[in-house]
Design a protein around this ligand. Structure first.
Ligand code: HEC
Length: 408
């Protein structure tokens, strides 16, 4: 029996994490949308902000936003915090199971920086803690006096973090840790600002008084930040499936670009809901332009990739040498019977035992082992630059295999 505990933990926690994340992001978008469509009523009483009528699931809902609440409803208030906490906790568990458990494979790329396992995890954990402390300190200091300045500094700091992480960790880990840092900021916004402020508002309402309106203002701002971070974070969470992003030689720029795309799309949604259609479409157009630029940029070969163009003009590469490379560098994992203890089953079903299997996967092999250094994973099998160049040349020549070997 093959019992693969880490794969099962990975699956169950991931399932849970995605589910919690959907609920959190769903409520975030719902409330931001609601705030954008609320209409103030002239006869609205003290603390009145606005009202909206909604139609869903066969019923009409009347929603009113107010900064004060009658004491009579306080016991039946719905708070919306567990979505955030559960998403963060399951995400942190997943980070440990997938990335930190096998930090040697997933966190470290010796061609980026020669780190120890402890150093790589320390950098990851440091990003989470320091990221929050700096962000929170910045907004506490400048949030009310100079919010535009705080925003500018926050964005500049994010670019610096993206640059630093991609120059310390493996590409995929850098993307994931940048997402985990933003996710931590989002969850901490709930736990450390929104909830404490709401508790103070609640206490004021219980005492029959009125809370400082700044409490509401601060909570709303953090909640808006959270909303703007959702789309970039979702990209970072799914990015590990897309090596053309994190595997690019200038992956920090790709990361920043995708961050901007996410923010732009969110700004489009929010501006449109507020009735600022012009701003919304401008943001959408900018997001599309950046996305297009990122696609063109990643399609151009990464500067570090072996140049096959020169090699193609040379003599044809003998398939025997190509097969030798697969046998020594890849089939340890990618085989019907992998010898790797880590991967008892061929990852993604990708097997390179026969010439036909290798040829069939040529495009994916180019993406994972030539355009990027994603494979061999963690370069565990110590593939050399010469071998990559040989493989690149063979692929550029159309990945020919001897006709007698075409049967799978
Ligand atoms: C130590 C184990 C290991 C070795 C050695 C290894 N791989 Fe992989 N490979 C994986 C894992 C695990 C995945 C699954 C995706 C991931 O985790 O990135 C994968 C995925 C892939 C994919 C992507 C399949 C898809 O569906 O997109 C390709 C292509 C690939 N490997 C090619 C190679 C090539 C070529 C080599 C040798 C030069 C190689 N691998 C060596 C573990 C390995």
């Amino acid at each position: 029996m093959d019992f693969n505990i880490d794969s099962w933990l990975n699956l169950v926690i991931r399932w849970f994490h995605v589910m919690a994340g959907i609920m959190w992001i769903g409520t975030s978008f719902f409330f931001i949308w609601l705030d954008n469509v609320l209409q103030p009523e002239p006869e609205g009483g003290k603390g009145h902000v606005g009202k909206a009528w909604l139609f869903h699931g066969g019923g009409f809902y009347q929603v009113e936003k107010s900064l004060v609440a009658p004491a009579s409803i306080l016991n039946s208030l719905h708070w919306f915090k567990w979505e955030a906490y559960v998403t963060w906790l399951s995400g942190f568990a997943l980070l440990i199971v997938v990335y930190w458990w096998r930090a040697d494979l997933y966190m470290i790329d010796p061609t980026v920086a020669n780190l120890s396992v402890a150093q790589s995890i320390g950098i990851g954990l440091g990003a989470l803690v320091v990221g929050w402390l700096v962000y929170d300190g910045l907004w506490r200091a400048l949030g009310e006096r100079a919010p535009k300045l705080a925003l500018g500094i926050s964005l500049a700091l994010y670019v610096a973090v993206a640059y630093a992480l991609t120059h310390l960790l493996s590409g995929r880990a850098a993307f994931m840790m940048s997402g985990a840092m933003l996710g931590t900021i989002m969850a901490a916004n709930v736990a450390m600002v929104i909830m404490p402020n709401q508790r103070k508002m609640y206490a004021a309402a219980t005492a029959g008084g009125e809370a400082d309106p700044r409490l509401s203002y601060q909570a709303k701002r953090r909640s808006t930040h959270n909303n703007y971070l959702t789309l970039p974070v979702i990209f970072m969470m799914i990015s590990n499936h897309f090596s053309m992003t994190w595997g690019h030689a200038m992956n920090w720029l790709v990361l920043v670009a995708m961050f901007v795309v996410g923010i732009g799309v969110d700004h489009f949604l929010n501006s449109r809901d507020k009735g600022n259609k012009g701003v919304g479409y401008a943001a959408l157009a900018a997001a599309c332009a950046v996305l297009f630029a990122a696609i063109v940029f990643t399609a151009a070969r990464a500067p570090s990739a072996p140049t096959a163009d020169a090699a193609t003009t040379n003599a044809p590469v003998a398939f025997a040498s190509v097969q030798g490379i697969f046998a020594t560098r890849c089939v340890e994992c990618h085989s019907v019977h992998p010898t790797s203890k880590l991967f008892p089953i061929a990852p993604n079903g990708m097997k390179f035992d026969t010439p036909a299997e290798i040829k069939l996967a040529a495009a994916k092999i180019k993406l994972m082992a030539i355009d990027t250094n994603a494979m061999p994973l963690g370069n565990l099998t110590q593939m050399t630059a010469d071998e990559r160049a040989t493989l690149a040349a063979w692929l550029a020549q159309g990945a020919p295999i001897p006709s007698a070997m075409t049967a799978r």
